[in-house]
Design a binder for this molecule. Structure first.
Ligand code: PEP
Length: 256
C-alpha cells in the first residue's frame, strides 16, 4: 500500500547505554547534524536518567524525544516506574512492547495492551514493537504471532492515533548484526497492514507508519527505505553513533 503521505520516522533506541558525558556529547552532535531536519520525523529515546539532558539539548530543534518504556497505571506505589501521564509535556513518543521488555522482563501481550492504552489515553505517540522469534519464523508462525501481538495489543482500543507507529522487529535480527532481508520485511509490513485493516479499517491501515528494526545501519538502510510499506526504522546500536544515525535519517528522507 504505497502512500506518499506517510511521513517516515526514525527512532533511536539507546537502550541502557552511555554515561551522562557521552550522552550529552551524542545529543549535541545529533542536534548539530539534524537540527533543522524537517523532511522526516526523528525521535531519540535515551535512558531515563538522561531524559532531562535530551529535552534541554534538543529543545526547539526538529528532533523529538521519546522514552523506552512506561508503566500502565497513571500513578501509584510502583517504585522505579514512570507513567505516560507524567511524561505529558516532556516527551512525544513512547516505545511499548520492545522485545527486550517482553523477553527479559516477562511483559505479556496483555500488559503491552495496558501500556499502549495508557500512552494513547495520555495523548502521547506510541511506537508499538512487535515481531517473531527465530523459532516462530522457522515454524511458519510469523503471521500468527503478529496477529496475536496486534489483536491483543489493540484490545479495547476503538481508534488508533493518526500515523501511529508500529515497529516490526524480528527478534532474531535485533542487536545481532543479522538484519532481515528487505523483501522479508516488506512482506511482514504488508501482513501488519492487512491485520490492521482487519481490526480497524483500510484508512487506518494505510495511515499507520511501519518501521523496521533489527541491525539497521548506514550501509543497509537504503534497501529498507526503498520498500513501499516500510516508513522508517527503529535503530538500536547504530543510534549510538551520531554520524551513522544521521546517515540513516538522510537515507530515509530521500528513500522514496
Ligand atoms: C532495537 O533496539 O529496537 C534494535 C532494533 O536494535 P539494533 O538496531 O541494535 O538491532
Amino acid at each position: 500500500m504505497v502512500n506518499v503521505n506517510r511521513t517516515p520516522i526514525i527512532g533511536g533506541n539507546w537502550k541502557m547505554h552511555h554515561t551522562r558525558a557521552l550522552a550529552r556529547e551524542l545529543l549535541s552532535s545529533l542536534r548539530a547534524a539534524l537540527e533543522e531536519f524537517n523532511q522526516i520525523d526523528v525521535v531519540i529515546c535515551p535512558p531515563a536518567p538522561w531524559l532531562g539532558d535530551a529535552i534541554d539539548t534538543l529543545e526547539s530543534s526538529s528532533i523529538l524525544v521519546g522514552v523506552q518504556n512506561v508503566h500502565s497505571a497513571s500513578e501509584g506505589a510502583f517504585t522505579g516506574e514512570q507513567s505516560a501521564a507524567m511524561l505529558v509535556g516532556s516527551v512525544d513518543y513512547v516505545i511499548v512492547g520492545h522485545s527486550e521488555r517482553r523477553l527479559m522482563f516477562g511483559e505479556t501481550d496483555r500488559q503491552v495492551n495496558e501500556k499502549l492504552r495508557s500512552v494513547i489515553d495520555a495523548g502521547l505517540e506510541p511506537i508499538l514493537a512487535i515481531g517473531e522469534s527465530q523459532d516462530e519464523r522457522e515454524s511458519g508462525e510469523t503471521e500468527n504471532v503478529l496477529r496475536r501481538q496486534l489483536f491483543t495489543g489493540f484490545d479495547s482500543i476503538k481508534m488508533l492515533p493518526t500515523g501511529m507507529v508500529i515497529a516490526y522487529e524480528p527478534v532474531w535480527a535485533i542487536g545481532t548484526g543479522m538484519s532481515a532481508s528487505p523483501e522479508m520485511v516488506q512482506m511482514a509490513a504488508v501482513t501488519v497492514r492487512n491485520l490492521v485493516a482487519e481490526r480497524f479499517d483500510e484508512i487506518t491501515a494505510n495511515s499507520i507508519r511501519i518501521q523496521y528494526g533489527g541491525s539497521v545501519n548506514s550501509t543497509n538502510a537504503s534497501e529498507f527505505a526503498e520498500q513501499p510499506d516500510i516508513d522508517g526504522a527503529l535503530v538500536g546500536g547504530a543510534s549510538l553513533n551520531a554520524d551513522d544515525f544521521s546517515a540513516i535519517c538522510e537515507i530515509f528522507a530521500h528513500g522514496r
